[in-house]
Design a protein around this ligand. Structure first.
Ligand SMILES: Nc1ncnc2c1ncn2[C@@H]1O[C@H](COP(=O)(O)OP(=O)(O)OP(=O)(O)O)[C@@H](O)[C@H]1O
Ligand SMILES: [Mg+2]
Length: 442
């Protein structure tokens, strides 16, 4: 059963209960007030009869009730039955009554009360006494019962209508309220197809929730698209060296080769395998920066020296001067990841420099650990500078690579709450600057 139907039934039920409660209370008050009005009218009439009887008794006349007074017993609200007793004997009677000789309230005549109100045999009776004179007036309670029945039937119709109306109203309001959520649900279903649902604009809590969900969904869509692109690019990059390896293996298997040819093929195998390993390492590092870092106190200058030492043979093979300078710079970091970042920065500097030097400087300044790598290489233009940290972006580079190195550098530095900046000038060189905030200093 849908939410709107459940809420509509619930609200109808509550409305009905409330209306029944209210009607019962109002009914009780209404009945009391009708009886009170009747009592007042009867008391006035009884008083008038008693006064007239007393006047006539005073004059010593035989007691006669005037026609005017008798006629006044019939009013717009009903006709009153009245009896006058002198010393317990019926002297005068008027109006309708099943047993005219029976008093309306026989117990009153044997009692010593001056005023009595009672419900006797479905009649409302008022009895008044003054010395020997006693008056009883009454009307059937069926008049009030009829009025109450009319009240109940009106209230029942109104309550039923109000209940149905409340249910419909709540169903309408809930429909409108959950509409944005339904749109969102539809959008979640259509996430695969990338179909966008127009924004949701309600100002209430549901609107806030809907907007927050919509925002998250948009972000999810963007990151899914980015992830898909990343996987496609990664697969493409992996395929190239693997295809080259397989092609070499195929031709090598097809026909025997000279020793010198074998050497060349092995060289290619080796280069392709190295490229694959670098690519896989970078992909691994990128995926690991999403998880927790293995933090430990370390000296960034020492770490940079180790990486520099490892790359010395490459620098020498290109006739480049590679140097490192700096003071001890303590840092709390993930050793393996920082090593991968440094390898990529220095690897780039050596790869894209054909003559001159590559210098590494580590220092502590303004409560930051700073590492600067400067090269005298081919440099790059501003357009490329903006995009080089994107995964698989390689600019115009024709040198071997996948475009993952700087994406790894950025991810590692950010995971350490640091910053990476790059400046470059074509044919002059490039400067990469890493900054780590003091809060991760060891
Ligand atoms: N020191 C540098 N001098 C000049 N260009 C650079 C330098 N460092 C990076 N680049 C440019 O930025 C691009 C991206 O660098 P990145 O390290 O991400 O990828 P790559 O070196 O091409 O491949 P990979 O590092 O995955 O083997 C490079 O292709 C190159 O065009
Ligand atoms: Mg690189």
């Amino acid at each position: 059963m849908s939410l709107r139907i459940r809420l509509a039934i619930l609200s109808s039920f509550i409305t009905l209960l409330a209306l029944i409660g209210l009607s019962v209370i109002t009914g009780v008050f209404l009945q009391r007030s009708l009886i009170r009005d009747l009592d007042e009218e009867l008391e006035v009439q009884a008083g008038q009869i008693l006064d007239e009887a007393k006047d006539e008794a005073k004059l010593g006349k035989s007691i006669q009730i005037s026609n005017d007074l008798e006629n006044a017993l019939v009013t717009a609200t009903g006709s009153t039955t009245a009896f006058l007793y002198v010393q317990g004997k019926l002297e005068f009677g008027a109006g309708q009554y099943d047993a005219p000789n029976e008093p309306l309230d026989s117990s009153f005549l044997s009692q010593n009360q001056n005023l009595k109100r009672c419900d006797c045999d479905d009649w409302r009776v008022i009895s008044l006494r003054s010395n020997d004179l006693a008056v009883q007036v009454g009307r059937p309670l069926s008049i009030i019962t009829r009025n109450m029945e009319r009240y109940v039937s009106i209230v029942a119709v109104v309550s039923l209508a109000a209940t149905v109306l409340a249910g419909l109203l709540i169903a309408f309001v809930v429909s409108r309220t959950v509409q944005p959520l339904e749109k969102l649900a539809q959008r979640v279903k259509n996430l695969e197809s990338g179909e966008l649902i127009p924004g949701v604009g309600l100002p209430d809590e549901i609107g806030v929730l809907a907007r927050a969900l919509e925002q998250s969904l948009s972000q999810l869509q963007v990151s899914r698209a980015r992830q898909n692109r990343f996987v496609a690019d990664a697969a493409h990059e992996l395929r190239t060296p693997v295809t080259a390896l397989l092609a070499d293996l195929e031709t090598h298997r097809a026909r025997p080769r000279q020793e010198s040819e074998n050497q060349a093929v092995l060289e290619r195998f080796f280069r392709n395998a190295q490229h694959l390993r670098r690519l896989i390492n970078n992909l691994l590092t990128l995926s690991q920066t999403e998880r927790d870092l293995q933090l430990q106190p370390l000296n960034l200058t020492e770490l940079a020296s180790e990486v520099t030492d490892r790359l010395m043979p490459l620098a020498a093979s290109k006739n480049l001067e590679l140097s490192i300078d700096g003071e001890p710079a303590k840092l709390l970091g993930d050793r393996l990841m920082l090593e991968r970042a440094l390898e990529n920065i220095l690897g780039n500097a050596l790869k894209f420099t054909n003559s001159g030097e590559v210098r590494v400087l580590v220092k502590t300044q303004s409560q930051k650990v700073i590492l600067i790598v400067t090269d005298t290489g081919i440099g790059m233009n501003n357009g490329d500078l903006e995009l080089v940290f994107e995964a698989f972006h390689r600019g115009d580079s024709i040198v071997e690579g996948s475009g993952l190195g700087l994406a790894v550098v950025k991810a590692v530095v950010q995971a350490h709450h640091g910053q990476v900046k790059m400046t470059s000038e074509v044919n002059v060189g490039t400067v990469v600057r890493l900054e780590f905030p003091i809060r991760i200093n060891a």
